[in-house]
Design a protein around this ligand. Structure first.
Ligand SMILES: N[C@@H](CCC(=O)N[C@@H](CS)C(=O)NCC(=O)O)C(=O)O
Length: 273
């Protein structure tokens, strides 16, 4: 039974942290109103939206007078709205493992943001915008840390100092995923849970960018997990249905063009660790 119907999700079509919340909504079978923002057009910076989410990012969940920010917190909240298909495990060890993944998402999101912006987004921005338009775009980002990162990534691409730290975060993520998936079919054990929902959109994005070699040789447990997830209805409804074929194809072609440099950086990281 839904206690708080309807809820409204402000989200972006190909935004990874929006996708993760949509997967949760589908898994829970909840009804929700969709407010799709065009992030490229800067709709996340409209004053009415900033009043809900002062950082000008998606997703935002609104339930009556409650506004929930941060995709991992939103997942926990929507799980509480219905008894159907509980997403949080009940075993204390699985609960702590799941909460660990939810917290880790902050680092993982930063890494996926870096790799997406340092490659395909940067190429597209540099090809279509003049320097003053780029400066104006960055000036709209309300969070000064996020704005400084965007500037650095656009200026330096994969040479940005952010990349090394984020490769470290990804290495840790793959190591932990690999260990967890060696113990059970899903990240928190034999049962699919919020831990898997938290991670799926991020790993899916790296794969769509053509960066799957980051894990495929060294962490062989990850690709079967990704493929198993891709069979779930929630993946089809919440991620695939929001990924137009031309966008997916472009992402892979353009992302793959950056792989040789990213691979050099990855090998250097692996050798120096
Ligand atoms: N930690 C936040 C990250 C939110 C975030 O950065 N969202 C991105 C999309 S995945 C966004 O809205 N970007 C807007 C922009 O780049 O201007 C969460 O998980 O909710």
């Amino acid at each position: 039974m839904n206690k708080h119907d309807p809820i409204t999700l402000y989200h972006g079509r190909t935004s990874v942290c929006s996708a993760k919340v949509r997967v949760g909504l589908v898994e829970k079978g909840l009804e929700w109103n969709s407010e799709l923002l065009d992030l490229k057009a800067g709709e996340q910076f409209d004053p009415a939206y900033l009043a809900l989410n002062p950082n000008g990012v998606v997703p935002t969940l609104v339930d009556g007078d409650l506004v929930v920010l941060e995709s991992s917190l939103i997942l926990e909240y929507i799980d509480s709205l219905s008894d159907r298909n509980p997403l949080m495990p009940t075993d204390p060890k699985a609960i702590v493992a799941t909460r660990h993944w939810l917290l880790k998402c902050l680092d993982i999101h930063a890494a996926i943001n870096t790799l997406t912006y340092a490659t395909i987004q940067r190429s597209s921005i540099l090809a279509t915008k003049k320097p003053d338009q780029i400066a104006a775009m960055i000036a709209r980002i309300p969070n000064p840390k996020a704005a400084a990162k965007r500037r650095d990534i656009i200026d330096n691409g994969l040479e940005s100092a952010h990349v090394d730290g984020d490769l470290h975060a990804l290495f840790n993520t793959f190591t932990e995923m690999s260990a967890a998936l060696g113990r059970g079919k899903w990240l928190a054990g034999e049962r699919h849970s919020m831990a898997d929902i938290a991670l799926i959109a991020y790993i899916d994005r790296l794969d769509r960018l053509g960066f799957d070699a980051l894990w495929s040789g060294r962490f062989p447990e990850i690709s079967p997990w990704l493929e198993a997830y891709r069979q779930r209805q929630s993946y089809l409804d919440a991620i695939e249905a929001f990924s137009p074929a031309d966008v997916t194809a472009k992402m892979r072609t353009q992302g793959s063009a950056h792989w040789p440099r990213l691979e050099q950086k990855w090998q250097a990281y692996l050798q120096n660790r």
